[in-house]
Ligand binder design. Structure first.
Ligand SMILES: Cc1cc2nc3c(=O)[nH]c(=O)nc-3n(C[C@H](O)[C@H](O)[C@H](O)COP(=O)(O)OP(=O)(O)OC[C@H]3O[C@@H](n4cnc5c(N)ncnc54)[C@H](O)[C@@H]3O)c2cc1C
Length: 407
């Protein structure tokens, strides 16, 4: 059987490694010159326990994220073994309710408690969650505890949780090497996928390699192209039946020796706020109004610059810190000259919905309509969140094994 996996982000990597593990050879394609350089390397790395999806009152998003989180570590450990322990894990997050939150503090508290109850049923005790305990109940800080750490004028309530984030760049480095070492996976880089079309009882994938056109036939094709996914689906005659948005979000990565211990990992809910992720002395800092620099409802997003020039980067620093310091005062002492290094980076987010996250009805708050869609032997995977890639990788592999055709 010949299988093509299009897109070598975490989703494509998970599909390819699952297929290889059950003895199926894979051609893995990406237009970049290395695997895992795009959204999967350029994100916050949170392995979601559902807490941030408080505006999905059905709890469907939370339930799905918890299922994804429950298989994340065991799956990655199967492929990376003890190397996985080299990936930095953040301090557990505080969830902080902003005074302008779309949900009141008590509503957030109820949602966290509901997620905790779901974890009891959906997260096997032995699964492993990077050294944190997903069964630990979120705890509301007393007013004195809250005011000792968070901004009194902006923060209505704060909760201690067990949720963590991984350093996605470190994970990407390990997976890149693992993909290249796997004998059943052939990686084709610098290869832009243009189209997929039926060819008899197989599928033909058309590529642009260094300006020249080429094509190959496969028994199954798995589209894991993220920002390129809808465009290639359209060449198979498949168009979304709902509104969608691509957004580019820029953030800061900062190395601040000796300062990390005083800074809490923080997610500010619910609305257009931000996050602080602390991995030792390395920080991820985002503030949504400053970082969300582009939005598009086209089939393919425009060629947004992922790297900012020096002026834009300094402006981002100013605006991100300006937003975060009111919530996390411990960031006050950070300046470009007091840290040892910093950079501004960006990644693309795809989600079903319209308007933006300050609108409770935008649809962006529901992330449960994601995962693999199969039309015969063509499978298109909306990863939705990094958290979900291992679970969806296993689901696609099951489908291919169930319908697969041996040649
Ligand atoms: C700033 C930010 C923060 C985020 N935070 C979190 C978080 O904390 N937790 C979480 O769970 N999720 C988070 N996400 C979402 C998460 O990053 C994505 O859901 C996930 O990485 C998508 O994985 P992927 O493999 O589908 O996409 P990608 O990693 O983008 O992989 C797609 C690959 O396809 C390639 N490609 C695209 N089009 C073509 C084409 N035509 N031809 C050839 N190759 C092509 C690209 O080069 C890329 O390598 C965040 C995203 C961003 C941007």
């Amino acid at each position: 059987m010949r299988v093509a996996v299009l897109g070598a982000g975490l989703q494509g990597a998970c599909v390819a490694l699952e297929l290889a593990e059950v003895g199926i050879a894979v051609d893995l394609y990406d237009r970049e010159d290395a695997c895992l350089t795009q959204a999967s390397a350029q994100n916050e790395g949170k392995i979601h326990l559902g807490y941030v999806f408080g505006n999905d009152r059905t709890l469907n998003t939370a339930r799905l994220m918890i299922r994804g989180a429950a298989v994340f570590e065991p799956t990655l450990r199967r492929w990376l073994g003890t190397d996985l322990d080299r990936v930095p894990v953040s301090a557990p997050f505080h969830y902080v309710v902003h005074r302008d939150s779309l949900l009141a503090a008590d509503e957030v508290g109820d949602h966290l408690a509901a997620c905790h109850a779901l974890a009891a049923g959906e997260f096997p005790a032995a699964a492993g969650y990077f050294g944190s305990d997903p069964h630990r109940a979120p705890q509301r800080l007393t007013d004195a505890e809250r005011d000792a750490v968070f901004g009194t004028r902006t923060v209505a309530a704060a909760f201690r949780t067990a949720e963590i984030a991984l350093d996605p760049e470190a994970l990407s480095v390990l997976l890149r090497a693992r993909l290249l070492a796997e004998p059943r996976i052939t990686v084709h880089l610098g290869t832009e996928v243009r189209a997929v079309e039926p060819d008899g009882d197989r599928l033909r994938v058309r590529f642009d390699v260094g300006g020249g056109l080429a094509s190959e036939c496969y028994d199954h094709v798995v589209n894991c192209l993220w920002d390129g996914r809808l465009g290639v689906d359209a060449t198979m005659g498949q168009r979304p039946d709902r509104p969608w948005l691509f957004r580019i979000k820029h953030y800061l990565r900062v190395c601040a020796p000796g300062q990390g211990a005083q800074i809490p990992s923080t997610t500010i809910v619910l609305g257009p706020f931000g996050d602080v992720v602390v991995h030792g002395d390395d920080l991820y800092l985002s503030w949504y109004p400053a970082g969300r620099q582009g939005i598009s409802a086209e089939l393919e997003p425009p060629p947004w610059p992922r790297v900012l020039d020096e002026f834009q980067a300094k402006e981002l620093w100013h605006d991100v810190l300006g937003g975060l310091v009111g919530v996390v005062p411990a960031l006050e002492d950070l300046t470009p000259s007091t840290v040892s290094s910093w950079s501004a980076r960006g990644g693309i987010i795809f989600a079903w919905g319209s308007s933006d996250i300050d609108d409770p009805g935008s649809g962006l708050h529901q992330r449960s309509a994601i995962g693999p869609q199969s039309h015969g032997t063509y499978h298109s995977v909306d990863t939705g969140k990094l958290t979900m890639a291992p679970l969806f990788g296993a689901q696609v592999t099951d489908r291919i094994r169930a319908t697969g055709r041996a040649r």
